[in-house]
Design a protein around this ligand. Sequence first.
Ligand SMILES: Cc1cc2nc3c(=O)[nH]c(=O)nc-3n(C[C@H](O)[C@H](O)[C@H](O)COP(=O)(O)O)c2cc1C
Length: 182
Amino acid sequence: MAIKVATFSGSLRKDSFTTKLVKAFVQLAPNEVDVNIIDISQLPLINQDLETNLPQSVKQLHSSIEQADAVLLATPEYNRSYSPVLKNALDWGSRPEGQNKWKGKPVAVAGCTPYQLGAFGAVHHLRQVLTYLDMPAMQQPEFYLGKAGDKFNDKGELTDQETKDLILQFWDAFIIWINKTS
Ligand SMILES: Cc1cc2nc3c(=O)[nH]c(=O)nc-3n(C[C@H](O)[C@H](O)[C@H](O)COP(=O)(O)O)c2cc1C
């Protein structure tokens, strides 16, 4: 049976490089993996008042996480941290208290930026939170896509062969990690 991976882009921007990267991960996924891109654009801002009657978008998020065997997170970098929309999704997935849906799900992280440093700061802030969410996070290989503006064509397709090779290696390692930790 296929390994189900739920993947999330930490950007809502129409022409987001991070979302283009997520789509490249989907396109290059091995046959044994079934990857779903989860829409987090409809989630309300985290607010405990809403927990008594969870919005439909939050229920959908919970069900997407529950159905997944593993999670792949791609994030842009905002002021050397990861994006608030991704934090919002992680927070909703951990609520209500005591019902953390992320717990135990193997996870891998990719950073993406049009600048040089590959969203290193974003990835490492994100890793800290994954520890508290009790998600076994793949450590190696790391994935930092810098200069993202040079890596995609006008249709948003990944054209850079080196990045394609890194994604394929990343998938190979992630499948081994999923099988080891789930
Ligand atoms: C509030 C804000 C803060 C940012 N801070 C950083 C940063 O710390 N490092 C970085 O590489 N890029 C930073 N950027 C630029 C983003 O990398 C760039 O806008 C990128 O295209 C966002 O990702 P996306 O293309 O997936 O939407 C920042 C952008 C915004 C809007």
